[in-house]
Design a protein around this ligand. Sequence first.
Ligand SMILES: NC(=O)c1ccc[n+]([C@@H]2O[C@H](COP(=O)([O-])OP(=O)(O)OC[C@H]3O[C@@H](n4cnc5c(N)ncnc54)[C@H](O)[C@@H]3O)[C@@H](O)[C@H]2O)c1
Length: 427
Amino acid sequence: MSDNSSHKIGRREFLGAAAAGVMILKPELVWGTAANSAVRLGLLGCGGRGTAVSVSFIDNAGARVVALADLFPDKLAAARKKIDEVQAAKGYAALDSAQLFVGPKAYESLLASKEVDAVYIATPPCYHVEHLEAAVAAKKHIYLEKPVAIDVPGAKRIIKVGEKVNGRFSLVVGFQVRCATPYVELVRRIHAGALGQIVTGLAHYYCPQLQMPDWPAGASPAEQRLRHWLFYRDLSGDIIVEQNVHVIDVCNWMLQAHPLKAVGTGGRVGRTDEGDCYSHFNAVFTYPNDVHISFGSTQFGKAAWDAGLRMYGPRGGSESHYDHRVFITGEEPWDAGLGPAQQVSQGAATAGQFKGALDDADAMKEKAFIGSITSGDYLNEAATGAETALSAMLGRAAAYTGREVTWDELLRSKEVLDLKIDLNKLV
Ligand SMILES: NC(=O)c1ccc[n+]([C@@H]2O[C@H](COP(=O)([O-])OP(=O)(O)OC[C@H]3O[C@@H](n4cnc5c(N)ncnc54)[C@H](O)[C@@H]3O)[C@@H](O)[C@H]2O)c1
């Protein structure tokens, strides 16, 4: 693929031009023309989610994981063991130790590797902007975990760097619910008018207290914070931006818009873990056409997981639960036929692997990403990823300030969350 091309030239377009006798690109530069080889993936951030999705890439999308990078050697070693086991079972070679990178600059080494076609970024949210900018500069295909950013200036940087991708490679964002078969069909029906014009709805993400692995003996306070990033606002963005962002993304998808304003509240009562994240958020988002969405979330206590949405219009209503039924009532009833709720294990849910309506979400997301690379029909989800992160930040700003915050006011925010960790002094 020509690097200075400002025009998207997919594989089909290339083949069409070549068939017409117009050689516009060298064939070996087009994906898979030589040997239809597997896409070679590098994992940046070898934790729970990074390892689980890498395994899914191997099992469900025919990719090979060829390189790993992490700040900490113990995290990389655990992921290496798992990925070697999974790839050995398929007869693939073990990871080459020359493709294993540890430390604050590990991401640069991984991105410089000629062995890597695509990078999966599963580092904590506070590093997503920096790691995405580096990956775009390295011209790798990119799967970036959500949230793309945790503050407004960060989200604007994501939009800007997304524009540089310019159809030359794929950039997707980890909102796998958009790929889950029952949700895809539900949203298709909503967009086709099964509910009529949506008037109001509810979105919720109720989650019990989460656990993070212990830090090794002798870890400094900064290392302890980083290993437990989930509990700190400056590292995670708080629960509404880090976790609840999934259902806010589905709202934006269903309503084909972002919220225009929000009121909200929340607090930390009930949380017994470290850090400063809220235990719960409650907000009302106003979307275009005066659509109101009530949003609620928790991350404390011992209650069961429950995430999902309801939407109501004059013709009907929809319900979509992560672990349960997905259906429409009213003039055009429909049911995805998922049956009763399935048991969700805490560990699996923390890594984003719910059972039920999301059974095939990760597999379909990984297939879509790899398929976009091999077909040349590249995807670019930077702008929608940033819009969803900003929507969650709107609810956060309303809850933190206790007053109505508009989208335009939010976009004027210059606040940069400072994690106050110098990685060079950490390891
Ligand atoms: N899409 C989903 O459903 C879903 C589910 C869970 C987590 N996530 C997202 O995935 C990301 C990772 O979450 P997780 O639960 O795997 O966290 P984790 O703590 O288990 O893993 C993060 C890894 O990144 C490493 N790391 C930290 N800073 C680094 C740096 N500067 N350079 C290189 N490596 C670094 C850590 O050592 C760790 O191994 C987060 O953005 C989270 O929001 C998404």
